[in-house]
Design a protein around this ligand. Structure first.
Ligand code: AKG
Ligand code: FE2
Length: 315
């Protein structure tokens, strides 16, 4: 891994004295002002949990198409299976491109908080995930989802320190998060992509934080640098790649950037499939997100904000 791709050492942060934590926080702050993309190492997520999910996903995506199509979401629904040809991420920015060369399976929160009665929340973020019946899938998915919720909470502590806030500043906003997990499969390409077609078109993520796990050894993820050039972000062994989303930019009053990124078909790997896991961390449905710098006029409520972004990109 190149030295210019920063790595956040979570174990060092957890064990660090206040000065160490402040130093690590300052590095994260600098990166989030420049690109918002960094790696997270020493994260404590079990290798077995990760390996189990990769195995289940391979089995899931390798099924005949009808078994997967049976899990297609209903209109306006966020969870289930989306086949190739259904989504073009660049359209979320008003760019008209051919569909992304990918398929995905998407799942939501594992439980609904007691007393949640908001009809929109129940119909959208807390809609049930249509589980595949491939052996072990639901257990492996749930274990990984739970590990991501925990990891996101620990990363948000570092982000609070990076922003000179008390370490637990974000805790009340993320104690009933409405995060989504998306497993992506970019199938092997038999022929060249159409003009303007990518595995995932250029986009920014919507939420607070994305925790990405590209399949080891795979290629294709690129970010737009502040200089305006595309830079490859290869997988980092033993680490997750994280990036901040649009909501975190809003939260930090524009100080942190939600960087444009895409997944290209790398010519040398065109015939190879690529899988990845993207966990989109999203604060509580009811969390009121007001810029830290002040400005109630720009405030949004987390759940309805996410739903509006989703509807705009999937209409
Ligand atoms: O597959 C990847 O590496 C990135 C996917 C991505 O950016 C997304 O789904 O938002
Ligand atoms: Fe993304």
């Amino acid at each position: 891994m190149s030295a210019d791709f920063p790595v956040l050492d979570l174990a060092a942060f957890a064990a660090g004295d206040p000065a160490t934590r402040a130093r690590i926080g300052a590095e994260v702050d600098r990166t989030c002002r420049e690109t918002g993309f960094l790696a997270v190492g020493n994260h404590g997520v079990s290798e077995q949990v990760i390996a189990d999910l990769w195995a289940c996903l391979t089995a899931f995506f390798d099924q005949p198409q009808p078994a997967k199509e049976a899990l297609r979401p209903g209109p306006g629904q966020p969870y289930g299976y989306l086949g190739t040809g259904t989504e073009a991420l660049a359209k979320s920015r008003g760019e008209d491109t051919p569909p992304d060369l990918k398929e995905s399976f998407n799942g939501g929160p594992l439980r609904t908080p007691e007393g949640e009665a908001d009809p929109q929340a129940l119909a959208f973020c807390y809609a049930p995930t249509p589980w595949p019946d491939t052996p072990g899938f639901r257990a492996a998915w749930s274990a990984y989802y739970t590990a991501m919720e925990d990891l996101a909470a620990r990363i948000m502590q570092v982000m609070a320190v990076a922003l000179h806030l008390p370490e637990d500043h974000f805790a009340p906003f993320i104690d009933a998060p409405v995060s989504a997990l998306r497993a992506l499969n970019y199938p092997a390409q038999a022929r060249a992509p159409e003009v303007g077609q990518q595995r995932a078109g250029a986009h920014t993520d919507y939420g607070s934080l994305t925790i990405l796990l590209p399949e080891p050894g795979s290629r294709g993820l690129e970010i737009l640098t502040p200089e305006g050039t595309w830079r490859a972000v290869p997988p980092v062994e033993g680490a997750f790649v994280i990036n901040i989303g649009d909501l975190m930019t809003l939260w930090t009053g524009g100080a942190w950037v939600s960087t444009l990124h895409r997944v290209v078909v790398p010519p040398e790997a065109a015939t190879r499939r690529r899988m990845s896991l993207a966990f989109f961390h999203q604060p509580n449905w009811h969390a009121r997100i007001t810029p830290l710098s002040g400005g109630e006029a720009a405030a949004v409520t987390s759940g309805p904000y996410l739903m509006a972004k989703f509807s705009a990109a999937n209409s």
